[in-house]
Design a protein around this ligand. Structure first.
Ligand SMILES: [Fe+2]
Length: 299
């Protein structure tokens, strides 16, 4: 049954980093990530486009790297020239994003970091594992689990958290899977029938929410078969505000991609996207492909 937002689960997570190259290095090294494509530099096609469409702080240029990290799609954003604010919020505070890896062999990941300048903290409770800050600034929790799975984790203040849980399950059709705690924040793992799982956590302390162009800025993107139908449906829901009209990318590695960002009623930046995997220009020469949400799933 189609959910209210007419989406099919989470296509990718987006995270703004200080250096694209450093972040790619970290995720390749720690998690064996595959680089799908690098897009950009993207410039304002018209004054104010970056701030209106993406939520950036003013005019800037942007490069985006897409990675397939253990079957989860991750977009890394590197903004240059934006008035950036560097929050010092600790991971697990409201407004932060981190990656959560569940794996039967946490030690195998840790051994890969032996020669890296990562700050690793062993954790005993409630699940044994490790919490770390990678040199590029990405925060990663590794927990012992039966199968290897990479989740995006968003930390929200308590009011936003409750609203987010209601909206993700009610409007976006995700289901609650289990409780989870990492970086001192506790909450719920949500999953759809397709796409990446998401952890929605109570932040352990208040912190300002970064803009998309600040390091640590992030978004959660849902796949839609029909962006315009999703927008019409979400317009009927309360307080989802699209950032302008949807756009279809006409050239470059992901020509054919149709997308729009939305401000959500719980503070988190969302996106609905239709990435036509299997027909994208980058695929011909890529060493890694995106994890497609659609192929085979809706035939
Ligand atoms: Fe995105």
């Amino acid at each position: 049954m189609m959910n209210r937002a007419r989406t099919r689960g989470i296509d990718h997570f987006g995270l703004t980093v200080g250096s694209l190259e450093d972040a790619i290095h970290d995720l390749r090294n720690a998690l064996g990530a595959g680089l799908c494509y690098i897009e950009g530099p993207i410039r304002d096609p018209e004054p104010g486009w970056m701030s209106a469409k993406l939520g950036a702080r003013g005019s800037c240029t942007l490069r985006i790297a897409a990675l397939n990290v253990l079957g989860t799609n991750l977009e890394l954003f590197d903004y240059a020239g934006a008035a950036q604010r560097s929050w010092t919020s600790p991971p697990g505070a409201a407004g932060t994003f981190f990656l959560l890896l569940r794996t039967p062999t946490p030690e195998r990941i840790i051994s890969r970091l032996f020669n890296e300048d990562a700050v690793v903290r062993p954790v005993e409770h409630p699940v044994p594992g490790y919490e770390m800050g990678l040199p590029s600034g990405i925060h990663l929790a590794i927990q012992h689990g039966p199968a290897e799975q990479l989740l995006g984790a968003v930390c929200l203040n308590r009011y936003d958290h409750d609203r987010a849980l209601t909206e993700f399950t009610g409007t976006f059709g995700l289901r609650e899977v289990e409780a989870v705690t990492a970086f001192g924040a506790s909450g719920t793992v949500l999953a759809g029938d397709h796409g990446a799982p998401l952890a929605v956590l109570h932040g352990h302390s208040p912190a300002p929410r970064p803009a998309n162009s600040d390091p640590g800025g992030h978004h959660v993107a849902f796949h839609s078969d029909d962006i315009d139908a999703s927008l019409a449906s979400l317009a009927a829901a309360t307080r989802y505000v699209p950032r302008g009209a949807p756009e279809t990318i006409t050239d470059g590695p992901i020509a054919g991609d149709r997308w729009v960002y939305l401000d959500s009623p719980f503070g988190l930046q969302l996106e609905v996207i239709n990435m036509p995997d299997g027909t994208l220009p980058y695929e011909a020469g890529a060493s890694a492909l995106r994890a497609p949400i659609t192929i085979g799933a809706f035939a």
